[in-house]
Write a protein that binds this ligand. Structure first.
Ligand SMILES: *Cc1c(COP(=O)(O)O)cnc(C)c1O
Length: 482
């Protein structure tokens, strides 16, 4: 059989027919791997490990496509997490819009790469066009701004912090980090972000050679937003102690609570101290599509750089993210010319090489997914998706905040709700495990030292009746366990 499987796509009709057949069989295998609306089979991890380990690694003779698909269909597909299920709500991990699965097929068929124009001509041009659209959408100045797609929010965040560091060291010390490495003052540099911001900030600080200690965690208020007065006091104290603040990060949609920092207040402080202000809107950027809620993230336009994740609220397949900067010079920190790849003479003739704006070299044509989804749905269609997610969170919060069986400490600004059943940490942990074994997957986190449960509501197919059903089931399990 394996002899029949085409090695590569080509202009051959025979190859194209066989490949279409493979795609049809693959889709059938996906559809036949589940039969209900649960998110997960509920299989025990040890049993699953045994199944997977018995699949083998590298046989001497290839089995051919159908036999492999059969194995995958039997042992893998039924136990994958089904992100489209309305019973899946633990993380900022989304189901995907159907048209973007088709985009993924196109992306893989061609396998163009974003590093140089000659590796992806239309891909390069479309990414540039989408970046310029994003600049306008988020209210950045068109004449000076620029951006680039990345592998995710973590990479967008670290890219922004690298850019901020290089800019700051030139500005403050006349020091060229790209050429000379780190300046003598380096150990004094500090980043400011909320105590509940995403851990990619700490990772970035470590990777940049500053360590976790350089990330100053600002306390949050009772709605989980940065306490701007406390930020001001910290800056004053740190500067008095000889430290050098260079960058702050405002989170638009914290990972657990969906809270939105006061970037306007932070902007004033950043201006006073000559700091870069980054907007981590990996989660909250989706609100831009909603007429009703857009205002909540309007202060993004005051920031120097922005992280947008399309694989969260925008419901696009992993991975898909972008970094946008107010001053295109900032991305020059990634520019480097190689004779074999991105010759300067080509760029002068209009052959843009996007590798000059990116941490990555070989890079996927993810911009196609954004293009196809935006064109398919329009801002209206996306607006409905976002409004449903935010509306569901308000509905859920309303229900549990009036029910004495629950506590829900923070009113949602986006689509996440953190809550707990009265009855203690252990009870809440056991409720989550029980739900998992039933195929309903919810989140768990900690607030003020207390174990909490979490709904992250991204799925636009979810509605009040399903939410009511899950509330009832949680109470039932809780009553059974206590
Ligand atoms: C998810 C998230 C990130 C990280 O994004 P990835 O795409 O998972 O790398 C960063 N910041 C916030 C606020 C997030 O929610």
């Amino acid at each position: 059989m394996s002899a029949d499987d085409p090695l590569l796509l080509s202009e051959s009709k025979e190859v194209q027919e066989r490949f279409s057949e493979m795609i049809d069989e693959t889709l059938s295998a996906v559809f036949e791997s589940f039969s209900d609306d649960s998110a997960f089979s509920g299989i025990d991890p040890y049993e699953l490990r045994e199944k997977v380990n018995s699949l083998g690694f590298l046989p001497e003779k290839g089995k051919g496509f159908e036999a492999v698909l059969e194995d995958v269909k039997r042992d893998i597909l039924p136990h994958l997490l089904r992100t489209w299920s309305t019973k899946y709500m633990p993380h900022l991990h989304s189901p995907v819009l159907t048209e973007t699965i088709c985009s993924e097929l196109i992306i893989s068929c061609f396998n163009d790469s974003m590093d140089s124009w000659d590796q992806g001509p239309a891909a390069t041009e479309l990414e540039e066009s989408m970046v310029h659209g994003l600049v306008r959408l988020f209210g950045f100045p068109e004449e000076t701004s620029d951006g680039c797609f990345t592998s995710g929010g973590s990479q967008s965040n670290i890219s922004a912090i690298i850019a901020a560091r290089d800019w700051f060291c030139t500005e403050r010390f006349g020091w060229d980090v790209k050429m000379n490495g780190l300046p003598p003052e380096y150990s004094k540099l500090r980043i400011y972000t909320s105590e509940i911001s995403h851990f990619s900030m700490d990772k970035a600080s470590h990777i940049l050679g500053m360590g976790y200690a350089a990330v100053r965690k600002i306390p949050v208020d009772d709605r989980c937003r940065i306490d701007v007065d406390a930020f001001g006091r910290m800056l004053e104290e740190d500067v008095a102690a000889g430290l050098i603040p260079f960058c702050a990060v405002a989170t638009f949609g914290t990972t657990d609570f969906g809270s939105i920092d006061d970037a306007k207040g932070m902007r004033e402080l950043c201006d006073r101290y000559g700091m870069h202000l980054h907007a981590d809107a990996a989660y909250g950027s989706g609100l831009i599509m909603s007429e009703r809620y857009r205002e909540r993230i309007s202060a993004i336009a005051l920031c120097d750089s922005l992280t947008v994740d399309f694989h969260k609220m925008f419901l696009l397949p992993i991975s898909c993210s972008a970094i946008i900067v107010r001053d295109r010079e900032l991305l020059k920190c990634f520019e480097l010319h190689a004779d074999y790849l991105n010759r300067e003479e080509d760029e002068e003739d209009g052959y843009i090489n996007l590798v000059g704006k990116s941490m990555q070299t070989t890079r996927r044509f993810d911009a196609l997914k954004v293009y196809m989804a935006f064109q398919t749905r329009g801002s209206e269609g996306f607006g409905r998706i976002i409004d449903t997610a935010v509306g569901n969170a308000s509905y859920f919060y309303g229900r549990i905040s009036e029910d004495p069986a629950f506590i829900a400490p923070v009113e949602p600004e986006m689509s996440s709700v953190v809550f707990a059943l009265e009855g203690g940490d252990d009870l809440n942990k056991r409720v989550r495990r029980q739900l998992l074994s039933e195929g309903t997957v919810i989140g768990q986190t900690v607030k003020d030292g207390r174990v909490m449960l979490k709904f992250t509501l991204l799925n636009p197919n979810l509605g009040p009746s399903q939410i009511d059903g899950i509330i009832a089931r949680i109470k039932e399990i809780g009553a059974g366990l206590s």
